[in-house]
Design a protein around this ligand. Structure first.
Ligand code: WT7
Length: 679
């Protein structure tokens, strides 16, 4: 497996290597009004965080936190690539997000919760209330469940404030949380329970999405059942109620296993749990993400390095001040929500918005009504959401009286036209935009402009953020100079505090996936020999701005989130009739990219629309609606090389109606024409 993972898809690599020709976009300047209030306006910041001052520069971020004990070693790089930050230091993440703000901000809103139904009022939880509720739930975890520092729990929670409360309660005890995106299926949740070896599942009974109250508890039943089958026993399922005191789920409560938090928490009213003083390099949480093999990998994030990094970047790149109302529309079930809804903004005592539902429900004016009502001034979302809001409601933002000073785009490349709509219409030409490139594994931003210092350029993320030194390497590992017009693989030359510690339970895979590709000497103890391989193709423009082209491995980025092609293919293979499956990414006007599934059938079966639907539904139930294919193609056979490898590149061209190029070297070139007829 290890060797396989470092081998990138040759077809795609050669594509990313060819010279890239695109129009250089015009710059946009941040307004003087923004600059006058910005957190970071020091023109020398990139030198201050330059290689000469590395790793000391990152003490500036660590100093934004309260430590029980200061670190002795800033960066321990004695065992590459297992770098450790702020070693010897002790702290607690929950304390840093809550307790330390009480003296000045106890009566300030920490979390604005916006339920999806517009007739339900927005609720505002102060830092004091957050403190009380986090303590009570920490008491449940400690005294009722018997959990302690280093144990793992899996969360499968929707976008309700109880998700943030649960995470912060875990952090208070040093219990490692692993939140699974609520849109994922019970089966996907089970796989993550098994890998994390969680004995507890924390979930909610129901939540609103697209106007419907969805039963969520049924997924817990499926998750527990599958986890048992795979050898992981779940002792208890803790259920938060969408309407406290009332059960909104549809499946029966399992006696002895299912408990309502609302019932048990009564025994812990106003109980105070002292935050546990933990080592900087202890684990805060796991966040599963797709890799090149079927099994999702748990990115294991630290307490000290991660918290320092998300706090520092929230302050400098998101420009968060305590008086800001900050709304990141991502889901907390992804890394964006962990870093930039919960931990970063709350560490800075900002008011963070949690929105339960779909941005276009009941209409595309909804986000702007929320922004107006709460006076949101920092807004953060993905190109997929921007495209959807633009398509169905391009005139909507102008109808509402809100004013953003700052906006973020994240998760996938944004088309310059879409960027300009975001700037002109959503931002009303007043807001700066940061296009932030990073990954689940990296904890926080890697490339972005600094909002009060740099010009913006539509479609380009920008230079490395302070303390991050990116570089483009060719296949041999030679740097491609900026402005050379060639694309290559983007790497980060140095370690940084937000990077994950490792892949949970699989150090080898961590090393192979991110470091083997460009490591100069496996014995070297010098971090300079260990560039971080991100798996994205990119180009560096003459001005040093990086433009990210997308994944080069077998990973599809749907609506800003990674799905492994292998994972999707295995789901398609669950359908009895399916003999072989191949998944390819196809551009989509809203989602950026959608998976198209090609299948050939076992002998004796024939294609039908019903079968196509069955395959599509299986992907949605196995993985989640996000995996729903753009199209299922039932083909007579797969185009294959003589060694038997399915030619995904050829399938990708067919799916897009493009020329398939030279296919004469295939074992079965005639099949290409047959598949083309299905277009
Ligand atoms: C992949 C990481 C970053 C948190 C959300 C997704 C793509 C991310 C950008 C951007 C172009 C981007 C990359 C990356 N990506 N941000 N600003 N411009 N592409 O986290 O699921 O770990 O996905 O998303 O391909 O590798 P993720």
């Amino acid at each position: 497996m290890a060797a396989d993972e470092t081998k990138t898809n040759q077809d795609n690599v050669s594509e990313s290597q060819i010279a890239v020709h695109w129009k250089e976009e015009e710059y946009f300047e941040p307004s003087q009004k923004f600059i006058d209030q910005a957190n970071l306006t020091d023109k020398n910041v990139l030198e201050k965080f330059g290689e000469d001052n590395f790793p000391e520069c990152f003490e500036e971020y660590a100093d934004m936190l309260d430590w029980d004990k200061r670190w002795d070693t800033i960066l321990d790089s004695s065992n590459p690539p297992f770098f450790k930050w702020f070693v010897g230091g002790k702290l607690n993440a929950s304390y840093n997000c809550i307790d330390r703000h009480l003296a000045k901000h106890k009566n300030k809103t920490a979390i604005h919760f916006v339920p999806e139904p517009e007739n339900e009022p927005i609720t505002h939880m102060t830092f004091q209330e957050l403190y009380v509720r986090v303590n009570e739930f920490a008491a449940v975890l400690q005294d009722y469940c018997g959990l302690k520092a280093g144990d793992t729990v899996t969360l499968h929670m929707p976008m309700i404030p109880e998700l943030a409360i649960t995470m912060l309660a875990c952090a208070r005890l040093g219990v490692i949380h692993s939140q699974v995106f609520s849109g994922f299926s019970g089966k996907a949740c089970a796989d993550r329970i098994v890998d994390a070896k969680s004995k507890y599942l924390i979930t909610a009974d129901a939540y609103y999405r697209g106007g419907k109250l969805l039963d969520h508890k049924e997924k817990a039943d499926i998750a527990v059942k599958h986890a048992e089958e795979e050898g992981q026993h779940v002792e208890k399922v803790l259920i938060w109620q969408r309407y406290p005191g009332k059960y909104s789920g549809e499946t029966p409560i399992v006696e002895g296993r299912d408990v309502f938090v609302n019932d048990i928490i009564k025994d812990y009213y106003h109980k105070v749990i002292e935050p546990v003083s933990l080592k900087a390099e202890d684990t805060l949480f796991l966040m599963y993400t797709s890799g090149t093999t079927g099994k999702p990998k748990g990115a294991q994030h630290s307490i000290g390095g991660y918290m320092a990094y998300v706090t520092g970047t929230s302050k400098y790149i998101q420009d968060i001040h305590p008086e800001d109302v900050y709304w990141c529309m991502a889901d907390i079930g992804w890394i964006t929500g962990h870093s930039y809804i919960v931990y970063g903004p709350l560490a800075l005592a900002a008011s963070s918005v949690i929105f339960e539902g779909v941005p276009t429900h009941p209409d595309a004016g909804r986000p702007w009504r929320i922004a107006e009502e709460l006076d949101v001034n920092i807004f953060h979302t993905s190109p997929t959401a921007i495209r959807a809001l633009r398509r169905i409601g391009s005139e909507e933002p102008a109808k509402y009286n809100y004013h953003f000073k700052h906006m973020t785009t994240v998760g996938e490349p944004i088309e310059p036209n879409v960027w300009r709509w975001y700037y002109d219409v959503v931002g009303k030409k007043e807001a700066v935009i940061v296009d932030t490139w990073w990954q689940t594994e990296t904890g926080g931003f890697l490339c972005s402009t600094i909002p009060g210092l740099h010009k913006m350029k539509p479609g380009s993320a920008g230079p490395g953020v302070p303390g991050i030194y990116p570089e483009i390497l060719d296949e041999e590992g030679k740097p491609l100079p900026k402005g050379c017009g060639k694309a290559g693989n983007i790497v980060i030359k140095n370690p940084w505090p937000g990077r994950m510690l490792t892949i949970w339970g699989d150090d080898e895979r961590f090393k192979n996936q991110y470091y083997t590709r460009y490591n100069r000497d496996p014995e070297s103890k010098d971090w300079h020999d260990w560039p971080y391989f991100a798996g994205d193709g990119a180009v560096e423009a003459p001005d040093g701005y990086f433009r990210i082209l997308g994944r080069i491995d077998d990973v599809i980025n749907v609506a800003g989130h990674r799905l492994g092609t292998k994972e999707l293919e295995s789901a398609a293979l669950i359908v009895d009739e399916v003999g072989e499956a191949a998944v390819v990414p196809v551009p989509d006007p809203i989602k950026g990219v959608k998976p198209h599934v090609f299948v050939s059938l076992k002998p004796g079966f024939s294609p039908s629309p019903e079968l196509e639907k069955k395959i599509s539904d299986t992907l949605a139930t196995e993985i989640g609606p996000i995996a729903k294919p753009g199209r299922v193609w039932i083909v007579p056979d797969m185009p294959k090389t003589r060694s038997g490898k399915i030619m995904r590149r050829v399938l990708g061209s067919i799916a897009q109606g493009n020329d398939t190029g030279d296919v004469t070297t295939l074992a079965n070139p005639q099949i290409v024409e047959e598949i083309k007829k299905l277009y």
